[in-house]
Write a protein that binds this ligand. Structure first.
Ligand code: SF4
Length: 342
């Protein structure tokens, strides 16, 4: 019989586990501490639980902690880790060290149904949602875990399309009984799902990043089919109306495609649609993927675009390209691994 996984359960859910096993209610906090503070990988390690409690737990549960199935290291210190999920699928997490920061980029789904034209993960189609345990396992199981300073949900999949599990994972990351991280060190990136974004903003204080990529509806829809069902202007209206608080940051991800979305008209329209939103734009150089018609711009072109935005009063920065020698485009490595295993 397959045992249920404890890792990824909230304190309330652990309370249900202990109640069902007839264990004292304080046991739930002890289990949470073993899972999220002491890194226990088996119920046997939970030595402040009675022998009876451990044996009751072991009958039905396991921790559910797994190790990466492989890793690839880039010349700039970036690493990509692959994890096996849903039988024979692979998802990837990226470790990105940068001076005093060390960031992990997490995946939330196997594949993705958003269909962005410039994205390798989109070509996998949607394979399934990760559980909160599978999302957090990427964070806890890499060797660099103790040195991590920031977490971004920017890997494979759309976080708001798996909102319940994403919110659970954020609760575990930020609650004192969990990892106790500050929400100001966590950013969730979305294409902007209009009927879920408010729930995200109300449920957590973590930062928000929205993938923008073009201020023009038709052009954005050609890049991101999701624009049709979830127009970005509606997303911006929701953000504009929401009281963000001083600590929460809203940013916009903007992949720059040479000659496509970096003209003076784009600068003007960006300034117009972002008016009234305290934010910044992260400019990301397009990472080429096989068979794509899009072209990566030169650094000079990125700088020119950034300077034009800054001149319009928009804070824009160029995000350094990292890990280009290890298939930096999200989803490329896992696609290669899946093809090998088929
Ligand atoms: S860019 Fe993100 S949302 Fe778009 S298809 Fe890729 S993984 Fe999905």
């Amino acid at each position: 019989m397959e045992r249920e996984k404890l890792y990824g359960k909230t304190l309330a859910e652990l309370g249900e586990v202990t109640a069902a096993a007839g264990l004292p209610s304080y046991t739930a906090r002890q289990i949470a501490a073993w899972l999220y503070k002491k890194g226990a990988s088996s119920t046997d390690e939970m030595t402040d639980l009675s022998l009876k409690a451990r044996s009751l737990l072991a009958e039905r549960y396991e921790t559910g902690a797994t190790h990466p199935s492989s890793e690839v290291a880039g010349g700039d210190g970036t690493k990509k880790y692959l994890f096996r999920v849903l039988g024979n699928r692979f998802i990837e997490a990226a470790y990105i060290p940068d001076r005093e920061r060390a960031t992990i980029c997490l995946s939330v789904q196997s594949g993705c149904r958003m269909g962005c034209r410039f994205c390798m993960t989109a070509r996998q189609g949607f394979q399934g949602n990760l559980t909160s345990g599978e999302i957090l396992n990427q964070f806890r199981s890499i060797p660099e875990h103790p040195s991590l300073t920031n977490i971004v949900y920017m890997g494979m999949g759309e976080p708001l399309d798996n909102l319940a599990e994403v919110l659970k994972s954020l609760t575990i990351l930020t609650e004192p009984w969990g990892y106790g991280w500050s929400p100001t060190r966590i950013t969730v990136s979305t294409v902007g799902v209009t009927d879920r974004i408010k729930e995200y903003l109300e449920s957590t204080r973590c930062h928000l990043a929205v993938s923008l990529h073009s201020p023009f509806d038709t052009e954005r829809q050609a890049l991101m089919p999701v624009q049709k069902a979830h127009p970005v202007k509606e997303v911006l209206d929701i953000i504009r109306a929401f009281e963000m608080g001083r600590q929460r940051r809203v940013s916009f991800e903007y992949i720059v495609f040479k000659g496509l979305n970096d003209t003076p008209a784009h600068v003007r329209e960006l300034a117009r649609i972002l008016n009234g939103i305290r934010c910044r734009i992260n400019l990301i150089r397009f990472h080429a993927i096989p068979g794509s018609e899009y072209v990566s711009p030169a650094l000079k072109e990125m700088e020119r675009f950034r300077d034009s935005l800054n001149a319009k009063g928009i804070v824009a920065t160029i995000r350094a390209s990292r890990g280009e020698d290890i298939s930096a485009a999200c989803g490329l490595l896992s696609t290669l691994e899946q093809n090998k295993n088929q």
